[in-house]
Design a protein around this ligand. Structure first.
Ligand SMILES: [Zn+2]
Length: 114
């Protein structure tokens, strides 16, 4: 990261109060800019870092600082919630099917019929 970018990032972190929104951790080496509504990774991949940092400054209500731990925990919570929702949808689709059609190992249920 070049010097200008480092300074810019420091300014952005200061703007976002220089600490993790969840736990208060304040070592800037492990602080990450997080999209409150998600989608940050995609936006970062599509945008030059300088432009991205300017956007964070201009639209700081959309962003928060999380430390690396809290960011991973948030990600994990989100993917677990997504997985749960998919499971609920799957169960709803399975209603009405015969139990043997939803077996985990259907090949073990064929027996010696032949
Ligand atoms: Zn944290």
């Amino acid at each position: 990261m070049d010097q200008y970018l480092t300074r810019k990032r420091a300014a952005v972190l200061a703007h976002l109060s220089n600490k993790c929104r969840r736990c208060g951790f304040s070592d800037c080496r492990a602080l990450q800019i997080d999209h409150i509504d998600g989608g940050g990774g995609k936006e970062l991949r599509c945008t030059a870092q300088w432009t991205y940092l300017n956007r964070v400054l201009a639209e700081s209500f959309r962003f928060q600082l999380l430390c690396a731990n809290c960011n991973w925990i948030k990600r994990s919570e989100k993917s677990e919630a997504k997985y749960r929702n998919q499971n609920i949808g799957q169960k709803a689709r399975n209603i009405g099917h015969a139990p043997e059609q939803s077996g985990i190992f259907p090949e073990q249920q064929t027996g010696n019929a032949g």
